[in-house]
Design a protein around this ligand. Structure first.
Ligand code: COA
Length: 237
C-alpha cells in the first residue's frame, strides 16, 4: 500500500471513530443532563451561510482598528501590492502611514474581514498651490465576496465621509479597469492628469488614472490647475 493510500485509509478510520464517538455521546446525553450541555455546545457549529448574513458595516480610526482585522488588511496588501513592502518596509506594520490619519470603513462577519477601505488625508501640490485632499485607499474585497457590491457600498460611504469633511477636494488613483466602480459613486476622471510621486530626486510618473471629487470651494481651482500642471505628491498612497 502506498503512503498516500494508507493516509486516506487512516483519515477514513479516524472519521468513522469520531462519528461513532459523537453518536455515543448523544445517546449518553439523553440520560445524563451534564453531558447534554456539552453535546449541545459542540453542535452549534456556524454554517457559512449564517456567517454571510452577519456581515456588518463597521468603522474605526486607525488607532482603534482591532488587531485581528488590521492583520487581515496588512496581509492582503502585502500580497496584492508587494512594492509597498520592500527594503526598510519589509516588516511594515501600518496599512497607510499614520501621518495620513487613516479612517477605516469595512464589512466584517465578526472577526472575518470581507471588504475594506481607508480614507486618508494628505496635502498635494498643483501649479505651486497646496491642497488638502482626502482619498479612499487600500480598497479590497476578499475573493469569495467579490461582485456582491461590498466595495461599491464602501466607496459610497467614503464619499459621504469626504463630502462631510474639511478637505479642499477628493482624489483617488486606480487602474483604468476600475474607473467604472468609482464613477458610479460620483468620482470624475481628470482627463490627461499626470501624477508626479516621490521626494526630490526620486520622482516617477504614476501609470494610474486620477479621479477627483469636488468637495470644498477650492475644488474648481484645483481641477482647472490640474489641466495645466501635474499633481505632485510626496509618495503614492
Ligand atoms: C476591486 C475590488 C475591491 C472590487 O470589490 P467588489 O466588492 O467585488 O466590488 P463591487 O461588487 O462593489 O463592484 C464590482 C465592480 O468592480 C469592478 N471590478 C472589480 N474588479 C474588476 C476587474 N478585475 N476588472 C474590471 N472591473 C472590475 C467592476 O466595475 C464591477 O462592476 P460589475 O459588478 O458591474 O461588474 C476587488 O475586486 C479587489 O479586492 N480587487 C483587488 C484589489 C484592488 O484592485 N483594489 C482596488 C484598488 S484601486
Amino acid at each position: 500500500m502506498s503512503d498516500a493510500q494508507s493516509y486516506v485509509l487512516r483519515r477514513m478510520r479516524a472519521r468513522e471513530l469520531i462519528g461513532k464517538h459523537e453518536a455515543d455521546e448523544r445517546a449518553a446525553a439523553v440520560s445524563d443532563p451534564s453531558r447534554r450541555k456539552r453535546v449541545a455546545k459542540r453542535a452549534v457549529r456556524q454554517d457559512p451561510a449564517d456567517v454571510q448574513t452577519n456581515i456588518e458595516f463597521r468603522e474605526w480610526a486607525d488607532e482603534h482598528l482591532p488587531e485581528v482585522l488590521k492583520a487581515q488588511v496588512l496581509s492582503f496588501l502585502r500580497i496584492i501590492w508587494p512594492d509597498g513592502f520592500t527594503g526598510s518596509n519589509r516588516f511594515r506594520d501600518w496599512t497607510s502611514h499614520p501621518d495620513l490619519r487613516p479612517h477605516h470603513l469595512l464589512y466584517a462577519a465578526g472577526s472575518q474581514l470581507v471588504s475594506h477601505l481607508e480614507v486618508v488625508t494628505t496635502t498635494v501640490s498643483v501649479g505651486g498651490e497646496n491642497y488638502v485632499v482626502q482619498s479612499p485607499t487600500a480598497v479590497m474585497t476578499f475573493p469569495a465576496f467579490r461582485g456582491e457590491g461590498w466595495a461599491g457600498r464602501l466607496v459610497a460611504a467614503a464619499v459621504a465621509r469626504i463630502d462631510a469633511g474639511q478637505a479642499d477636494v477628493g482624489v483617488l488613483t486606480c487602474g483604468p479597469h476600475l474607473v467604472d466602480l468609482y464613477s458610479r459613486a460620483g468620482w470624475e476622471i481628470a482627463p490627461g492628469a499626470t501624477i508626479l510621486a516621490g521626494e526630490d530626486g526620486s520622482t516617477w510618473v504614476s501609470d494610474d488614472v486620477l479621479l477627483t471629487r469636488s468637495v470644498g470651494p477650492r475644488s474648481a481651482a484645483f481641477k482647472a490647475s490640474l489641466r495645466e500642471h501635474p499633481m505632485r505628491v510626496a509618495d503614492e498612497w
